[in-house]
Design a protein around this ligand. Structure first.
Ligand code: AMP
Ligand code: MG
Length: 475
């Protein structure tokens, strides 16, 4: 088993990338290797452990790789940039797993590119290990996500409010096709290339729709379905992505680009962690609306392919956009029925969910749902202490209990994690790792990889002295 590449992006998508090699790292060392992921991809973990310092730091280009920086456009916080692109990433190429599925293998933090603008093209150890922790948690929670295959330090110091160890993340994605990739060609009026991109994306991610009469509509519908499910899963977990710009929304339906993301602790719909999100555009409760907004940008980009008659194309696109809220709502209700241990569907479920949200403000999101398992068994002793006032819950619980059927407690425990990457635990692990001690990172990684196992020290909310928690982009 060697690392064998098959680079369809380079073959099929001219005009969307620049061919250039990563920066050579002066003194590379492998600090993290995702052995289970390597095995799943059909790669030999021992070979990767041997070669990974060179391959995953950018020091050495693996045989068969054709490193490229991807071009894309995107709306960032609502403002359009026609020319973004990978400012600090190199797509090495694609690997095909034992099941025939194709995966992008990309380095992040691997040096400047023509898309870097003012940036240094680098990344540092803490934020790359943060991506490992959060993306491994998401994978274990059953959320579609890019994965971290490895992290290598470069031996270089990188300046981020002080000297930090430079590091590169090797990330695996179903693909790095984004809404912004489509916007790139649309903004330039390159309709033929847009059509080729659409065909490539359909073949790669939605082969079942490949023969569709209107490929652009088939793609739009398929992306809408996946993204509605994805955002509903985020919402159910209290996950806040933090930068839902259109260049960070993957066509594959995977969670992409772990920057300032974090999990909510005490339930407050307006929760925002990112230092730059001052208006709360990407707050927890806004994520479904932003999903709709971003899909509208995808629809706009695809309009020239929907119908040669511009007016008809816009009418069709608007019709699709009008249906998104209901599609999302159905996914959200499915997630919440799961979290509440409910079987089947009842007319009152939507109100039951809405009223629960009103009743749990301030209580720890994750533990509240986990401890509903006890409540389903008639024991409120674990749930009650999560609340300052339990009055609203006293009114809500009997309505929910009336809707339960046998086995609810077990279903609740299977649907609601005990462990999420708690912000204070993540910070503690990254601080130690940056100072050279990887033990807290490894222990936390093990806990988040088994999120339904109750490990007390990792379940508790941040102590009252911690916070308010603020996260940063592109660090
Ligand atoms: P984001 O929305 O955080 O994924 O990133 C927005 C853009 O900034 C992307 O085009 C990145 O490649 C670029 N970027 C982020 N950090 C750096 C950096 N240190 N150097 C160069 N470009 C960067
Ligand atoms: Mg990005």
């Amino acid at each position: 088993m060697i690392l064998r590449f098959d680079n369809s992006w380079v073959r099929d998508l001219p005009g969307t990338f620049l061919r250039l090699d990563p920066d050579p790292a002066p003194s590379p060392a492998l600090v993290f290797l995702n052995r289970p992921l390597a095995v799943g991809l059909g790669l030999d973990p021992d070979l990767l452990a041997d070669k990974g310092a060179g391959w995953f730091s950018g020091a050495e280009v693996p045989p068969g790789a054709e490193p490229i920086a991807l071009a894309y456009a995107g709306h960032q916080f609502g403002g359009f940039s026609p020319s973004l692109g990978d400012g600090r990433a190199h797509l090495l190429g694609e690997v095909i797993g034992p099941d025939g599925r194709r995966w992008d293998l990309q380095l992040k933090g691997s040096g400047r590119t023509p898309f870097s603008r003012g940036g240094d093209g680098k990344a540092v150890l803490g934020p790359m290990l943060r991506e490992v922790l959060v993306s491994e948690a998401m994978a274990a929670l059953g959320v579609p996500t890019t994965r971290a295959l490895a992290v290598a330090t470069t031996g270089e110091a990188v300046w981020r409010e002080g000297r930090q160890p430079g590091a590169v993340l090797a990330r695996v994605a179903a693909s790095h096709l984004r809404v912004g990739t489509f916007q790139f060609f649309a903004a330039r009026g390159e309709t033929e290339k847009l059509a080729a991109l659409t065909a490539h994306a359909l073949a790669r991610h939605f082969p079942e729709a490949a023969g569709a009469a209107t490929p652009a509509l088939a793609l739009f519908d398929a992306v809408t379905a996946r993204q509605c499910r994805l955002i509903a899963q985020w919402m159910g977990l209290g996950f806040i992505h933090g930068v839902m710009n259109t260049d960070n929304m993957a066509i594959s339906g995977e969670t992409l680009d772990y920057g300032p993301c974090a999990f909510m602790e005490g339930f407050a719909p307006g929760t925002v962690f990112s230092s730059i999100d001052r208006q709360g555009r990407y707050a927890w409760a806004n994520q479904p609306a932003i999903l709709g907004w971003n899909l509208a940008r995808l629809a706009e980009a695809l309009v020239p392919l929907i119908d040669p008659d511009g007016e008809r194309a816009v009418a069709v696109a608007n019709d699709r956009l009008g249906g998104i809220a209901a599609l999302y709502r159905a996914e959200w209700l499915a997630v919440m029925r799961g979290k509440l241990g409910l079987l089947g569907e009842a007319a009152e479920d939507a109100a039951l969910v809405d009223d629960l949200l009103a009743a749990i403000e301030g209580a720890d999101w994750t533990l509240t749902f986990r401890r509903l398992a006890g409540a389903a068994e008639g024991d409120l002793s674990a749930l009650r202490p999560l609340f300052d006032s339990f009055a609203a819950m006293e009114a809500w619980l009997p309505r929910w209990q009336a809707r339960l059927s046998p086995g609810a407690a077990a279903r609740i425990r299977a649907a609601n994690p005990a462990v999420i990457p708690r912000n204070h635990r993540v910070e503690e692990a990254l601080e130690a790792a940056t100072a050279g001690d990887l033990a807290p990172f490894e222990a936390l990684l093990q806990a988040v990889r088994e999120p339904f196992v109750e490990r007390e020290p990792y379940m508790l909310p941040a102590p009252s002295g911690f916070g308010p928690y603020v996260t940063f982009c592109g660090t």
